[in-house]
Design a protein around this ligand. Structure first.
Ligand SMILES: [Cu+2]
Length: 339
């Protein structure tokens, strides 16, 4: 069968693409996840990674050992290799199916040890939108059952439309997360216990004040919906080809958008034409991004200022987007035009 290969600057792991440095100098690396469908865990064993920009927007420097990067996300990282030796750059596929590998070295032709792939992560109850910490839980019913059992008198339905009335129910909605939680202080699936510091969204703070610090005047919740078995993906239960209208905004409007992931996998959600600000930071210092990973069972809120036009809004995993996890942010009136 076909084997997936992961590339760094177009080169496979055996090619040993090498970036040269002079020992002691500070090197700025820009990581861009340009893959169609895979998210990566990036690290350079032996070097600290000082993150200085996210999605091209400067952030207060934060030193980590590893970060997870969703499709279309970018991170600018400063490293300072002191020793006269090679370092391996590892971009491990989040499903541990392989890795992109490159080398930073003082001279061409050098290599450093390549760490083995780590154990493949399994989805947890948290990924199903049920944070069971502190709950004495009965064994879940078999796969496919709707109700996860009676937990201390609390019936927890995995597909209760009352939890998200905006969802159009159908076969494209396998589950509706009953208790979505803010997971932006978590390092991403499979990185919970790697034994070193992993970047989390809440580490990110804008370096300089954001241009628009108004309080949002409206809140909009958008649900990420899907059916894994049928490979159906959409927003609010609809694939793009079935959606009857775009998400509408007024020009200049400040809106707080909350993305809730009702599926069992992470989605890197991308908005064209804007930078939105994650909401964990002090006013004016939310990191500005164009793409954010929403973990399964999780939710992410951001504020943005609507700019006139029709803007693509979609999961940046190519096959999810093509399957229908795509919509339009329609902002009116257009400049110089009628509404
Ligand atoms: Cu997706």
């Amino acid at each position: 069968g076909a084997v997936m290969s992961f590339l760094v600057n177009g080169h496979g792991p055996a090619d040993n693409w090498t970036g040269l440095f002079t020992p002691g100098e500070r090197v700025r690396l820009r990581f861009i996840n340009a893959a169609a469908q895979m998210m990566f865990n990036v690290r350079i064993p032996g070097l600290k990674l000082t993150v200085v920009a996210a999605d091209g927007q400067t952030v207060k420097p934060v030193e980590v050992d590893e970060f997870q990067i969703g499709n279309a996300e970018t991170y600018d990282v400063i490293v300072q290799p002191i020793e006269d030796k090679a370092f391996t750059l590892v971009a491990e596929a989040v499903d541990r199916s392989g890795m992109g590998r490159a080398t930073l070295a003082p001279r061409a032709g050098m290599t450093a040890p390549v760490p083995p792939l780590r154990e493949r992560p399994l989805a947890t109850m948290k990924d199903m939108g049920m944070d069971m910490s502190g709950m004495d839980m009965a064994a879940p019913k078999p796969r496919g059952s709707d109700v996860m059992g009676d937990m201390g008198g609390m019936k927890m339905s995995m597909r209760d439309p009352l939890n998200a009335p905006q969802i159009k129910l159908g076969p494209g909605v396998q589950t509706i997360t009953p208790m979505p939680i803010d997971r932006t202080s978590e390092p991403g699936q499979g990185l919970e216990s790697v034994g070193h510091r992993v970047l989390v969204y809440k580490d990110l703070l804008a370096l300089t004040p954001n241009p628009d610090t108004r309080t949002p005047t409206r809140a909009l919740e958008i649900r990420l919906t899907g059916n894994m078995e049928r490979f159906m993906w959409g927003f609010d239960g609809q694939k793009f080809s079935d959606a009857t209208k775009p998400y509408a905004f007024d020009k200049g409007e400040r809106v707080r958008v909350t993305l809730v992931n009702d599926t069992m996998m992470a989605h890197p959600i991308h908005l064209h034409g804007h930078f939105f600000e994650l909401t964990h930071a002090p006013v004016g210092f939310g990191p500005r991004k164009h793409t954010v990973i929403v973990l399964p069972g999780g939710k992410v809120s951001w504020d943005f200022t609507a700019d006139p036009g029709d803007w693509a809004f979609h999961c940046h995993m190519l096959y999810h987007m093509h399957a229908g996890m795509f919509q339009v942010f329609s902002v009116r009136p257009l400049d110089g035009g009628a509404a």
